[in-house]
Design a protein around this ligand. Structure first.
Ligand code: KIV
Ligand code: ZN
Length: 518
């Protein structure tokens, strides 16, 4: 019997630590529900002691997502573990993931403890966690820079104390496939009780080797990988889930025929959903889920593909849920065609009211643009149907701009806040600047625009435009997104989206301490 490799998704914890990638609780739940459809084994939903926002989101995910195990991160301290256990209470299946650093540099310079003291801290943490659940994972942080024999001592001690999975992190992305594979083999050979637990790895991408290191570890016997969708994560990110899974899928011969339970046809949708929620775009040439992954431009390739697809394609677009962009709806499309398209796009969980709402909005859009593509429908669903009522909503917008020397760009804007409407006007360097100043006058918040991008959601001159911005409000970088067939309106919506997120109290409380501060 071939072995299963467990997929532990840490997008909502390690991925979300990426500056600017913060999500609201509702967005985290939406993403966790998608991870459930993707059939990951474990969702690490957050680091409950780091902030009230993280605590609330772990709790909410634990309440709403019942398929996968829900994990929470805790430093090797009683207060962290108790808080983590509290957040995980509603989970059907829960795991406490506790960690302490073990490399010389971390032990001496950061923890300022002796190696024996660190073993005691680790053992006590695991014992404490076991009081709350039978499923306890331990990570020796910076394992790849830890002396091998000391690392084995730590692992043996925490397994004796009750750890049920041991995770080996390449915390700073320092390792390479040869060294990391050998480290896993060494641990398997030298830790006497290792076969009683699930051996896991967690690789960072500082040298671009996170996926390669994870795969080397699987070849050497690791049976859980910690990874994130699109490789999102601090610095250069974590190992990309979709790349690891599809490597195992396409080349079982290289990996002892191990398998995962991942529903690969959900990969594309998971990737795009995360990109939309965080504003971290997927590069066109990104493996597996980039726009160009299945595009064959050169004549020789196209000729070969027409004769036999496998001449140039090692997996089919359908394997990863690439839905194709040929199917187009328009203003004459009826409810039936629309509902079928929703199903094909994976929106099977919408209730009757949401489907009706989506259909109504689709009709409004179809009146504005001739052809409605899948991406347009996804934007309508994500931004308008599944997004809760904002604090400030755009009611009216009028701008004046032009290239004449005496022309001063101005904007008049009306926002709705519950039953109240507020109007303001402002001038600026351009229409967008004028709009942002008028919005700031109304909401009383001023942000520093860090990034501003306009792109088209689908094809055609009448395509929906998407404004995606990063704005710094006080010390927090917030992502905002807005779509419209008018890019000035899309820009206004993006700024309001960022402000609404910021004003969402749980989001604001979500400023966390780094996991390294032990
Ligand atoms: O990179 C790391 O070491 C971590 C641990 C908390 C597992 O994220
Ligand atoms: Zn990490």
């Amino acid at each position: 019997m071939a072995d299963k490799v467990y997929i532990f998704d840490t997008t909502l914890r390690d991925g979300e630590q990426s500056p600017g990638a913060s999500m609201t609780i509702a967005e985290k739940v939406e993403f966790a529900l998608q991870l459930e459809k993707l059939k990951v084994d474990v969702i690490e939903a957050g680091f409950p002691i780091s902030s009230q926002g993280d605590f609330d989101s772990v709790r909410e995910v634990a309440e709403k997502v019942k398929g996968p195990i829900i994990a929470g991160l805790a430093r090797a301290r009683e207060a962290d573990i108790v808080r983590c256990a509290e957040a995980l209470k509603p989970a059907a299946k829960k795991r406490i993931h506790t960690f302490v650093a073990t490399s010389d540099i971390h032990v001496e310079k950061k923890l300022r403890k002796s190696k024996e003291e660190v073993i005691d801290i680790a053992v006590n943490a695991v014992r404490t966690a076991r009081k709350y659940t039978d499923d306890v994972e331990f990570s020796p942080e910076d394992a790849s820079r830890t002396g091998k024999d000391y690392l084995c001592d730590v692992i043996e001690a925490v397994i004796d104390a009750g750890a049920t999975s041991i995770n080996i992190p390449d915390t700073v992305g320092y390792s390479n496939p040869w060294e990391f594979g050998n480290l896993i083999a060494y641990i398997r050979k030298n830790v006497s009780n290792i076969e009683s637990i699930l051996l896991s790895v967690h690789c960072h991408n500082d040298l671009g080797l996170a996926v390669a290191n994870s795969l080397a570890a699987i070849r050497a016997g690791a049976r859980q990988v910690e990874c994130t969708i699109n490789g999102l994560g601090e610095r250069s990110g974590n190992a990309a889930l979709e790349e690891i899974v599809m490597n195992l899928f396409v080349r079982p011969d290289v990996y002892n025929n191990v398998y995962t339970d991942i529903e690969t046809t959900e990969l594309f949708k998971s990737s795009r959903l995360l990109a939309r929620l965080t504003g971290f775009d997927v590069p066109r040439n990104k493996a597996i889920v980039g726009d160009n992954s299945f595009a064959h431009e050169s004549g020789i390739h196209q000729d070969g593909m027409l004769k036999e697809r496998t001449t140039y394609e090692i997996m089919s677009p359908g394997d990863v849920g690439w839905i194709g962009t040929d199917m187009v709806l328009g203003k004459h499309s009826g409810r039936h065609a629309f509902k079928n398209r929703l199903k094909a796009l994976g929106y099977t969980h919408l209730n009757e009211k949401e489907v009706e709402d989506a259909f109504r909005r689709f009709k409004v859009l179809a009146d504005k643009k001739k052809e409605v593509f899948d991406d347009d429908i996804m934007v309508v669903i994500e931004d308008e149907v599944l997004t809760p009522e904002p604090i400030y909503a755009l009611e009216y917008l009028h701008t004046i701009s032009g290239s004449g020397t005496n022309l001063i760009p101005t904007a008049t804007i009306k926002l709705r806040k519950k039953d109240e409407t507020i109007e303001e006007a402002s001038s600026g360097d351009g229409p967008v600047d004028a709009i942002y100043k008028a919005i700031e006058k109304i909401v009383g918040i001023s942000g520093e625009l860090k990034d501003y991008k306009i792109s088209s959601v689908s094809r055609g001159k009448d395509a929906l435009g998407e404004a995606s911005i990063m704005v710094k409000i006080e010390e927090k970088v917030v992502h905002g997104r807005g779509t419209s067939t008018d890019i000035v309106e899309a820009s206004a919506k993006a700024y309001l989206n960022a402000i609404n997120k910021y004003l969402n109290t749980t989001y604001r409380k979500n400023s966390k301490s780094a996991t390294g501060e032990v």
